[in-house]
Design a protein around this ligand. Sequence first.
Ligand code: ADP
Ligand code: GLC
Length: 485
Amino acid sequence: MKPIVLHVAAEVSPFHKSGGLGDVLAGLPPALDEVGLDVRIITPRYGEASKFASLGGADALKPWPVPLQITLAGQTIDVRVYEARTHRGHATTYFVEADHLSRGTIYGYGDDAFRFAIFGKAAVAIASVLARSRNVGPVKVLHAHDWHTALAVWYVKALASSIRGVPAVFTIHNLAFQGVERASSAPYLDIGWDAFHELFEDHGTLNLMKGALLVADRITTVSPTYAHEIRTARYGHGLDGLLRWLAGKVRGITNGIDVHAWDPASDKHLPAHYDADDLEGKAACRDALRFDVGLRAGDAPVIGCVSRLTRQKGIDHLCDVAHEIVRHGAQLVVLGEGEEDLEHRLHWLQTAHPGSIAFRRAFDEALAHRIYAGADLFAMPSRFEPCGLAQMYSMRYGTIPVARATGGLVDTVAPLHNIHDVGGATGLLYASDHADGLADALHWGIDVVRDRGALHHMRQNAMRADFSWESSARRYLELYRELGV
Ligand code: ADP
Ligand code: GLC
């Protein structure tokens, strides 16, 4: 029987997703299955945020026959678990439902630490049941993603259970979110004072990610450049010293993308299809996108952006340069939601430039696909970017990314140096952390779009680049092998 690798994560697309984390948990498991592992995923079942249409509805979930009760800070909490064969038959997913945890949205509540402590306990309980079962292979690794699962790593190490001693891998998808609480919360999350002082204490607060980094057997992050950056004060979000100290167990493995779900030749969200050999459908997608979002018809280059609206993503810089982009004859379409001041600025820009700037404040998977396909350029002015999937989706759809040279953007975009000698370039990278740097890069991008030869060459490069999960899965397998898989 194949060895089991148990992934624990707050997001798994297409069930529930707020960003790239969900996409990683959609794309990586099938690739790990292909290299010979039995991949099982543990994730919450939320309220409205969880959607089961891809399984044909929630009826496809089988209630788990094993009753689960967990205790947290001396209280008993009932947990319901549902099981389904997912990922086109490549994985099994366990959905955890419990009071507090199973709310309408994924995050954003004042008691998130408590909610994800319930989830962490449930994950360890499920893992223990699997470890005792004779019908499945041995549980070899627990692989936890981001701070929401930091407590799962801690409970595996600390609780007397049948999976105590199973090695744990912790993946940092975003170091900006660490799960920081008041120190007085520790006992309510089953963190004793000794453990608090030894592992979780961070300048007088309780830092859940810090504890997980210390107890995990391996730490990964989602690109080699980010693995390096997080050891610096500029990108380390206060944990750079610790990460320098732990450098020996840190690895950077670049994410892939699900090339079946993201394929311009068959994407069900697109009005027309195309591939690298025949790009006619892309022009049709561009016209349809303009019509959809209210941009004027014509030949103006279209700059797209699909993003969480946060400072991380540099959306303030995009707003800063928007008037200038329009003066340069380009159009801009932004899809996203997030910080309110950025939403207001984008609404204003749309009002100031009707027909040239379009803003959709929504989380809309179908429109996201239509923007990746219909735009000429894709703006990604990130202040930091652990990996970034959006630039890979745009390249796959023949849309040239214009991105700040940071994190995974450096590892996935081959930068243009000379418009007269495109070589292997797939996108534009700029180094400056000022809005002017973005403005210059976008102007350059607009020049590329107007130079048919250079544009065609870059599109070919971008669409033929290999972003599949296979090579990343092999890197994870090597890492698991170090841990005895
Ligand atoms: P992050 O995880 O930091 O948000 P990534 O580039 O890794 O950044 O992944 C973002 C994912 O979320 C992509 O799949 C992107 O298309 C999607 N996304 C972001 N905002 C929206 C939105 N408003 N509507 C639809 N999809 C979105
Ligand atoms: C995080 C990062 C993003 C990365 C994603 C998936 O949300 O911000 O850069 O692509 O996780 O790993």
